[in-house]
Design a protein around this ligand. Structure first.
Ligand code: GTP
Ligand code: MG
Length: 372
């Protein structure tokens, strides 16, 4: 059977890669997250983490792990659109820029003009290339969303209002992008405003070791205005340049695997999740698992409410048909059949229960010590 990436193995089991790496190390098989282990080792690991007796159906879990999670062979890989996260301080114009880029009107429709959720949209450029943008909120309360936004994308656009300069969430967003290891393009927005000072933005970011190309560094800075449209073409061009270098590829032939960008309970439609496809293709009718939720993919709906039969790599879509609301940031994948889905969900629920019981035990011990 095929080998499995350690990182994949960990995420299938909803464990941290580091935990699996450590376990492998303890078992005398030092392996990094980006390396693969063979199927036998994978099963061993699954059992190690499943506390043996707790595995309801190791075979079913193993199927998914081994069969669906094998590495892609190079000849199956095809180019995929880049996923670009737009980050920055509150009100610096992230949604407005996206808006101007796709010439729709998201900012106007939002409650109070403040982005509540992370959203994902696909934009078709004039040359026909597709770029997927992930919008994030700048409010300080949404650190988690920003961290997640950065981690699921290929390139980060850091938006800084040129009349306001670098602010706390600018720096925070910058750190998330760095932690995620994605290239950063700085968009200096609101250039139409009086008091706009792009030099100041460059100086401030240089203090954080983000050095503009024109100063001998390697970060692209572009002055833009979401209102007048100034510089937006330059921004797209830089994105195109940046993503060309990355040579992004995925395998559309395999079963779909993605990440939940946002989720909610819709009164009429039930659990709704926005999914970003990371690899493979989701098809209408697929059985999917996300955390301990499962369901049949009843509909694949794009950001313009158009239904599709399939969604391939990098494509964002709205998913209907889950039996409960998944959490944003969770991984979603298509499985072979409903039985397999049920087995995985049962396995995960058992793990959750066990971890919950562990945590409770620990908490009561802590209490005991605290009261001594
Ligand atoms: P959050 O999602 O709440 O973090 O904000 P945001 O960064 O998405 O900002 P948004 O696009 O909602 O814009 C905030 C305000 O700045 C709105 O009133 C916009 O009209 C205004 N704005 C955005 N871009 C520009 C610009 O280029 N020029 C001017 N003059 N105003 C802008
Ligand atoms: Mg916004």
């Amino acid at each position: 059977t095929d080998p499995i990436l350690v990182a994949e193995l960990a995420s299938r089991m909803a464990f941290k890669s580091a935990q699996v790496v450590q376990k492998l190390f303890e078992m005398g098989m030092p392996t990094t997250v980006n390396e693969s282990v063979d199927a036998d080792t994978a099963v061993l690991i699954v059992e190690e983490f499943g506390h043996k007796a707790k595995i309801i159906n190791a075979a079913a879990v193993e199927d998914v792990l081994v069969e669906d999670v094998s590495e892609d062979s190079p000849e199956d890989l095809e180019p995929r659109p880049p996923v670009v996260v737009v980050m920055g301080h509150v009100d610096h114009g992230k949604t407005s820029i996206l808006d101007a880029l796709r010439k729709a009107n998201v900012a106007d429709g939002e409650a109070g003009g403040i982005t509540q959720h992370i959203g994902a949209y696909m934009v078709k450029l004039e040359g026909g290339e597709r770029v997927v943008f992930v919008d994030t909120p700048g409010h300080e309360a949404f650190t988690g969303l920003r961290a997640r936004g950065a981690s699921m994308t290929d390139v980060a656009v850091l938006v800084v209002a040129a009349d306001d300069g670098v602010m706390p969430q600018t720096v925070e967003a910058l750190n998330h992008a760095r932690a995620a290891g994605v290239p950063i393009i700085v968009a200096m927005n609101k250039m139409d405003k009086e008091g706009a000072d792009p030099e100041k933005v460059m100086r401030q970011l240089a203090e954080h070791e983000v050095i503009p190309e024109e100063w001998g560094g390697n970060t692209m800075f572009v002055p833009v205005s979401a209102h007048t449209g100034l510089g937006l073409d330059d921004l797209l061009e830089m994105l195109a340049l940046q993503t060309e270098i990355l040579e992004l590829k995925a395998n559309p032939q395999r079963r779909g695997k993605g990440i939940v960008v946002e989720s909610r309970l819709d009164r009429g439609r039930g659990p709704v999740a926005t999914v970003l496809v990371q690899n493979g293709t989701f098809n209408q009718g697929d059985t999917v698992v996300v955390g301990s939720a499962t369901g049949r993919l009843r509909a694949i709906v794009d950001e313009n409410s158009v239904q599709h039969r399939t969604a391939g790599p990098s494509i964002p879509f709205e998913l209907l048909g889950l039996d409960s609301v998944p959490e944003a940031g969770q991984e979603i994948f298509a499985v072979e059949n409903e039985k397999q889905a049920r087995d995985i969900v049962r396995y995960r629920k058992d793990m959750e229960r066990e971890q919950g019981a562990e945590a409770k035990k620990r908490a009561s011990l802590d209490e005991l010590f605290a009261n001594m």
